[in-house]
Design a protein around this ligand. Structure first.
Ligand code: NAD
Length: 500
């Protein structure tokens, strides 16, 4: 069967690309090309930004309540089509259907949060900041905003961005990952069906060419990015150079600290789910266990037994725990990193290289892999592997564990497993990471909190969704006013006014 041809989404309709460059979209379980996606160029980006710019004045004037009603309808349609979106995400990414469904649901919750926008946009008001003088603040939209998203959450990560931006009165141009474009294009159709005016939301699949056109475009006011750290740095620096506000979320190396007092069975169960779910291709996956004292010896056999039981196969097959990784090139990189771990002296406890999945000879599979006695100097510790590889480091005490986590350049997520409130409280206070779990391995904040890491996991100031998302997509204006009676109208003064 010939591969399906995809399109751009500009001004409320499907549009062909100006140029002829296309990208292949794979089903990673079969290794087959299932779709061809146009790769947008500068002219396509110009057309999308022009549509968004033209739609902005009327959308800004649409009251927040009316915007919220369209978002509510969009949420309803997303719920009706949740399984269809999950199937698209699973087909193009490889993750299991159950996992894809969960991630679509977490994205829908951001629409639910954004539907409260009339409340979220209420500013502050203070009476009598001076005698007879009041102040209030307004949160006003930025204008045209752009989003650039990674392959690993085809629906959820775009949903971290555009519902909040659009609810706040902005218009939006989304550049989804060229590896998984279908969810974004489908969501654009559903948003239109919900009543969104044409031009408010546009989708330009593409690669670096489209990204660089967005970053340099004078009519784009804000750029949200989620992806790897080197690209996040590039987006942040280039966007800032062009005078835009930027939030650029990068890669991760998430550590779970396991204290000797932890419930080992519970901890091992949680860690195996967090390490191998979605084949380790989650920015919040636990990829590193820091076992404190005797926790290591208690944990290892349990991790091994549970990891070895994971069934690997097509994401849409029944009873599968883990699907393939995204591409042949990514599989080769993961295998090379496993090779390096062996060469550099780590203990390979479970080897996922060379796994065969029956009926999927050309799929991009790596089996669950577990290393013990890893050191911070090894490449498997230093690199973000982004695959089904869990590494265990052993340290003597709590202090050394915190030192290790804080010395890591990334700071996306972390977790502690313990039965002690003392260690848990110290950990949440001392750890230099943006999202922290206590006996929760993947502490992804709900939509009404904000999502974001520290250090090399986020460039910029504001996290995504929650109130930080609202602040990112709005400009604050503070109004100071007085209404003196005619008899109280004194003249101006050359002295700096002090109210009080
Ligand atoms: P990636 O950085 O390769 O790509 C992300 C986006 O940037 C894609 O849309 C891609 O087309 C574009 N892009 C790629 N190279 C570019 C370049 N040189 N110039 C401009 N644009 C470019 O990331 P990925 O492989 O799609 O996703 C995996 C990465 O994303 C991992 O590092 C993972 O940790 C990270 N991630 C982070 C979070 C988070 O919240 N911090 C969430 C999900 C994924």
């Amino acid at each position: 069967m010939p591969a399906e041809q995809l399109h751009l989404w500009i001004n409320g309709q499907r549009a062909p690309a100006h140029g002829s460059r296309t990208g292949a979209v794979f089903n990673p379980a079969s290794g087959e090309v299932i779709r061809q996606v146009p790769l947008a160029d500068g002219d396509d980006v110009d057309a999308a930004v022009a549509a968004a710019k033209a739609a902005f004045p009327a959308w800004r004037e649409t009251t927040p309540l009316r915007r919220a009603r369209i978002l509510t309808r969009f949420r309803e349609l997303m719920e009706l089509h949740r399984d269809e979106l999950a199937r698209l995400a699973s087909e193009e990414h490889g993750k299991t259907l159950a996992d894809a469904t969960g991630s679509v649901q977490r994205g829908i919750e951001v629409i639910e949060f954004a539907s409260g926008v009339p409340h979220l946009l209420k500013g502050e008001k203070a009476e009598d900041v001076g005698r007879g003088v009041d102040s209030h603040s307004l949160l006003q939209p930025v204008g045209v905003c752009a989003g650039i998203t990674p392959f690993n959450f085809p629906a959820m990560v775009p949903l971290w961005m555009f519902p909040v931006a659009i609810a706040c009165g902005n218009t939006f141009v989304l550049k989804p990952s060229e590896k998984v474009p279908s969810c974004s294009l489908r969501m654009a159709e559903l948003f239109k069906e919900a009543g969104l005016p044409d031009g408010v939301f546009n989708v330009v699949p593409g690669d670096r060419e489209a990204v660089d056109a967005l970053l340099a475009h004078p009519d784009v006011g804000a750029v949200s990015f989620v992806g790897s750290t080197p690209v996040a740095r590039h987006i942040y620096a280039t966007g800032a150079k062009h005078g835009k506000r930027v939030q650029a979320l990068g890669g991760a190396k998430n550590h779970a600290v396991v204290m000797p007092d932890a419930d080992m069975e519970f901890s091992a169960e949680a860690l195996v789910g967090a390490a191998y779910g979605s084949a380790g291709e989650r920015c919040m996956a636990i990829s590193t266990v820091v076992a404190v004292g005797e926790a290591g010896d208690a944990l290892l056999p349990r991790l091994l037994a549970k990891a070895a039981q994971i069934r690997v196969g097509r994401g849409d097959a029944a009873d599968i725990g883990m699907g393939p990784v995204i591409s042949a090139a990514h599989r080769a990189r993961i295998v090379a990193l496993i090779d390096s771990g062996v060469a550099q002296g780590a203990e390979l406890v479970l080897d996922g290289r060379g796994i065969r999945v029956s009926g999927c000879d050309n799929g991009f599979f790596v089996g669950p892999t577990l290393f013990d006695r890893v050191t911070p100097q090894m490449d498997i510790y230093r690199e973000e592997i982004f695959g089904p590889v869990l590494i265990v480091l052993r340290v003597d005490n709590y202090k050394d564990a915190v030192k290790l986590v804080n010395a890591n350049p990334y700071g996306n997520g972390t977790a502690i497993f313990t039965n002690s409130g003392h260690w848990a409280r110290r950990f949440e206070n001392e750890i230099e990471v943006g999202m922290v779990g206590v006996n929760v391995p993947i502490p992804v904040p709900m939509a009404f909190f904000s999502f974001g890491g520290w250090k090399a996991s986020l460039f910029g100031d504001l996290h995504m969704h929650g109130m930080e998302g609202v602040y990112f997509y709005t400009r604050t204006k503070v109004v100071t006013s007085r209404w003196p009676a005619p008899s109280e109208r004194t003249g101006g003064s050359l002295v700096m006014p002090t109210l009080g």
